[in-house]
Design a protein around this ligand. Structure first.
Ligand SMILES: NC(=O)C1=CN([C@@H]2O[C@H](COP(=O)(O)OP(=O)(O)OC[C@H]3O[C@@H](n4cnc5c(N)ncnc54)[C@H](O)[C@@H]3O)[C@@H](O)[C@H]2O)[C@@H](O)CC1
Ligand SMILES: [K+]
Length: 542
């Protein structure tokens, strides 16, 4: 989805944007006129011809209903047979008068107690305009819930009935995308002015259908309103590292992948291949000697066998073996397939200097939850680092882990389960944007909170939201490929946030290609690898 404005706001931020526009000379009525006009234009663009067709506008009590009245008037002017179905819309304003002046039929839900009229009108409609609730919505109940359910039933029964939601599908919470009771199922959602966060978060995203933004003339926005954006091709393109024709492989950086265990040799191989396919000059895998024999790494990957602690699990002595080599790499990836053996936990803690720390909340001499506070090891200088999968799970076992990471050097790529462990909570709040933003600011690292919608959050509070739900990507190893791509981009000189955002975009683009070629089911992570260079080429070409 490319949109007029990529900014994504909460309901409160939207109100602030509107108030700022009004303070700068705009008029509420003009904003609403533009919003309703944009809805009508989008409906015509997507579902033409509407002349002579029957359009049913569901009109609620607030400004969302006001937008619907404006859209209804424009669609009537375009030749559609429009009917208004008003729910608790008792005031008569200019927009309603303008509809009446055109002879647009007006039915009030109060006169349709059993909903029979509504069902009859839905049975005849070609298009439903949902202007019941917008950013001011509380969870619909009773007669309002029944109206929404009737519209959903009609849409489910008739493939030729299309539903256009204004701003948000009614019933979807504007800030976190939750659907507490029922919500309109839309084919198209026309966000007025700016995208609302709940449109992009699940389950709300699943109700919205195609999303477009109708510009309403908000003018220049305050910085607080521009901190959260949709990740678009335009933005991803700006993060692409240069690819000079006269470059040698050293220019594109070396990645060290510290990954794999006896049960997960493939994760290490996929991560290495992801880094290669993102354009890194050289990829090296450091893993246990017994794991190396099993990991089917691409032939171009160089190998560094390191000490195992338990059999098939990398142990803490590997840190000493790697310490002298680490400065030669431009990026480190730790985590894919590491497993959670105690020896590997000690490896992770030693790598990040956490085995030298005692918890501030300790009792006695040894911190609960921390590793053994043993003899100090020499401090290891780490290159910019991606921490993924079990690297995150093991890190989470040490309290205050984030205080030992060099600020703004790392990308952490948790899925929700890993995020819960890192935060030490049993449940995450539904607003993934808030969760990722607060974590990135607190930890002072870039965070990629993965999901059907992935959030990339920077330590300075900026977030990019990737609208990339794709069931083909829900497959083992997909995250290993992503972590490899991000590390490969960091080795090529991308800053952590840029590498994370570009990596998520390219991974999503490769996934979209795999889905287009093979379908929703049966794509395996390895299928993504050859598609990553194609995604880079297409992004670069624009
Ligand atoms: N203010 C403006 O000029 C603009 C507003 N816009 C539109 O205005 C919308 C926001 O307007 P509002 O703040 O009026 O909010 P809504 O249009 O979402 O409606 C809020 C009204 O519905 C009632 N309500 C909400 N949930 C209910 C429930 N479950 N049961 C019963 N009553 C319920 C509230 O009490 C309130 O009266 C946006 O989503 C957008 O569509 C846009 O047109 C841009 C310009
Ligand atoms: K709506």
């Amino acid at each position: 989805m490319e949109s007029a404005s990529p900014f994504v706001v909460t309901a409160a931020q939207m109100r602030a944007a509107e108030e700022a526009a009004v303070a700068a000379g705009s008029d509420w009525a003009v904003l609403m006129e533009r919003a309703g006009t944009g809805v009508a234009e989008a409906a015509l663009a997507h579902f033409a011809p509407l002349a002579g067709r029957t359009v049913l506008a569901l009109v609620g009590p607030g400004n969302n209903g006001g937008d619907a009245l404006v859209a209804a008037r424009h669609l009537a002017d375009a030749g559609a047979q429009v009917t208004l179905y008003c729910w608790r819309r008792n005031r008569v304003d200019d927009n309603l008068l303008a509809c009446r002046a055109r002879g647009i039929r007006e039915v009030h839900a109060a006169d349709d107690a059993d909903g029979a009229l509504l069902r009859a009108m839905l049975a005849e409609a070609t298009l439903v305009i949902d202007g019941l609730l917008g950013t001011g919505a509380r969870p619909p109940a009773d007669d309002l819930a029944a109206i929404i359910a009737a519209a959903n039933t009609a849409r489910a029964q008739r493939a030729d009935l299309r539903v256009v939601a204004i701003d948000l599908p009614s019933g979807v919470a504007a800030d976190d995308g939750q659907v507490a009771t029922v919500a309109i199922r839309a084919d198209l959602t026309v966000a007025t002015g700016l995208l609302k966060r709940g449109l992009l978060l699940w389950p709300g995203r699943g109700y919205a259908g195609t999303i477009v933004v109708a510009p309403i003339g908000l003018g220049s926005l305050d910085e607080a309103l521009t901190m959260s954006e949709l990740l678009t091709a335009t933005q991803a393109r700006a993060f692409l590292p240069a690819r000079p024709a006269d470059a040698h492989k050293g220019v594109f950086g070396k990645v060290l992948v510290l990954a794999g265990s006896i049960n997960y040799p493939g994760a290490a191989a996929l991560a290495c291949a992801g880094a290669q396919r993102s354009g890194a000059g050289l990829v090296t895998l450091a893993t246990g000697r017994n794991v190396l024999a099993l990991a089917k790494v691409p032939p171009e990957v160089t190998l560094l066998p390191v000490a195992e602690g338990d059999w098939g699990a990398i142990g803490p002595a590997a840190v000493d073996e790697l310490a002298d080599d680490l400065p030669r790499y431009q990026a480190l990836l730790i985590g894919p397939g590491l497993g959670q053996a105690e020896a590997t936990r000690q490896l992770v803690l030693r790598l990040f200097g956490l085995d030298q720390v005692r918890s501030r909340a300790r009792v006695g001499f040894v911190a609960v939850g921390d590793a053994i506070a043993h003899v100090p090891q020499k401090t290891v200088e780490l290159p910019p680092t991606v921490i993924d999968a079990d690297g995150l799970n093991l890190l989470a076992s040490a309290s205050g882990w984030f205080e030992r990471l060099s600020p703004e050097r790392c990308v952490l790529t948790p899925h929700p389960g890993e995020m819960r462990r890192l935060l030490g909570v049993t449940e995450l709040p539904p607003d993934a944007v808030a969760v990722a933003t607060e974590a990135a600011q607190r930890w002072r690292q870039t965070v990629v909170l993965k999901g059907a919608t992935t959030v990339i959050a920077a330590p300075d509070g900026h977030t990019l939201i990737h609208d990339g739900a794709n069931p083909a990507l829900a497959t083992a190893g997909s995250g290993d490929v992503l972590a490899g791509i991000i590390a490969g981009l960091m080795a090529q000189g991308c800053a952590p946030f840029a590498a994370a955002a570009l990596g998520v975009y390219l991974h999503g683009a490769a996934g979209a290609k795999a889905r287009a070629a093979m379908g929703d089911a049966g794509v395996v992570a390895g299928d993504l690898l050859p598609l990553v260079p194609q995604a880079i080429r297409e992004l670069r070409a624009g």
